[in-house]
Design a protein around this ligand. Structure first.
Ligand code: NCN
Ligand code: DMD
Length: 350
């Protein structure tokens, strides 16, 4: 029997080539030299291929912030204590975090999901999908069982399906989890063969000494779980995170429902790499937003085959860079709807 995840993967189709051709045709009628709006034109074509519409209006947009804790924090890999994860979740719910501000600016809603926070959280707006209270310490044992990783992925799929039912058509990925750059770096190493020295970055802002220690922790995790084979779900379970798995589900769910999904920084991109290894067709539904300052992000985007739109030197996570790009996606749609054509404006071309 097909697993639930397999069913979601089977439901992802290729982009609609005919809609891409229509978008291209329309772009070439608009009063500008062909191609001169650069990546805005690329977005317009991609969004047409994803949605089937050349002039889409995204009435309801959501950034799904998946929150989870990490057992590997015991090893001293972050500049901040693990309690920050639940504290920031409450901040998201109160509307005070950076992602809330940028979402308001972009006309988007923040959907905060507890998929693995190590605290008992209650709030009317919190989406509770807790699989367990944080992962296990990956240098000692598998971070998750395969079943836990699958449940976290399905939590992400369910959140997106619920939002699609409510009329949301554009998604962004966001994450919150102290320690999650360690898990993301480990995934980058395991899935691409990159060495820890190039895959591990400063996360929340660790010093040189902690950075070297964090590299050793990632190296140790890779050795403890050697061999990490071709089975991507197994790799995710052993060295990933609950919020990363949740974001894999968000990506697969959005792709299945024909919705573009804007990828945030390092952690979101680690989830995107896992999602595209599980479901190669999902890559076409992804829009990379910004290039994070986190060392390793560029290699992660290269491995997926994505190019970031913005270089803002951000490294916050939460979905901040992705939500910022909602503005550019809306701009691309407005160009398609509102620009005059050579014919309508009476502008000559050769
Ligand atoms: O998105 C990024 O590129 C990014 C880069 C560095 C840090 N972060 C955020 O910082 C937290 C993880 O950092 P750390 O040092 O605890 O592994 C987590 O909550 C992430 O959302 C996010
Ligand atoms: C304050 C704070 C906010 C965050 N948002 C995402 N990761 C974070 C990490 C810290 C430490």
């Amino acid at each position: 029997m097909m697993s639930n995840i397999e069913q979601v993967i089977q439901g992802i189709g290729p982009l609609q080539e005919e809609a891409i051709a229509r978008a291209e045709g329309h772009l070439n009628q608009l009063t500008k030299p062909p191609g001169s709006l650069g990546k805005l034109e690329e977005i317009a074509r991609q969004v047409a291929g994803i949605t089937g519409e050349t002039m889409p209006v995204f009435e309801k947009k959501a950034v799904v912030v998946m929150a989870g804790d990490h057992g590997v924090c015991e090893e001293g890999v972050s500049a901040f204590p693990a309690e920050v994860t639940p504290q920031m979740v409450m901040n998201f719910l109160a509307g005070g975090a950076a992602v809330n501000v940028l979402a308001r600016q972009a006309g988007a809603d923040v959907v905060c999901v507890d998929v693995g926070v190590n605290a008992d959280l209650e709030h009317p707006q919190l989406v509770s999908k807790k699989v367990r209270k944080g992962t296990r310490n990956m240098v000692r044992e598998a971070a998750m069982t395969r079943e836990e990783a699958e449940r976290a992925i399905m939590a992400g799929v369910e959140v997106v399906e619920d939002l699609v039912r409510k009329g949301y058509t554009l998604f962004a990925t966001g994450d919150m989890g102290i320690g999650n750059t360690t898990a993301s770096s480990s995934l980058l190493c395991a899935l691409t063969g990159l060495e820890a020295g190039l895959a591990v970055g400063r996360g929340t802002g660790i010093n040189d000494e902690t950075w070297l220690h964090k590299q050793a922790v990632v190296q140790r995790a890779l050795e403890v779980h050697d061999p990490l084979g071709e089975d991507v779900l197994d790799v995710l379970a052993k060295i990933g995170g609950l919020e990363i798995a949740g974001l894999v589900g968000v990506i697969l769910g959005a792709a299945k429902h024909g919705c573009p999904v804007v990828i945030d920084g390092f952690i979101s991109s680690a989830a995107a790499l896992v999602a595209t290894r599980l479901a190669p067709l999902s890559a076409a539904y992804l829009i990379a937003s910004h290039l994070s300052q986190e060392q390793g992000h560029r290699r992660l985007l290269e491995a997926i085959g994505l190019e970031a739109m913005l270089h803002m030197d951000m490294r916050l996570g939460e979905g901040t860079g992705a939500v910022l790009c909602f503005n550019l996606i809306d701009a691309a749609g407005k160009i398609m709807r509102e620009m005059a054509t050579f014919e309508s404006a009476g502008v000559s071309r050769s």
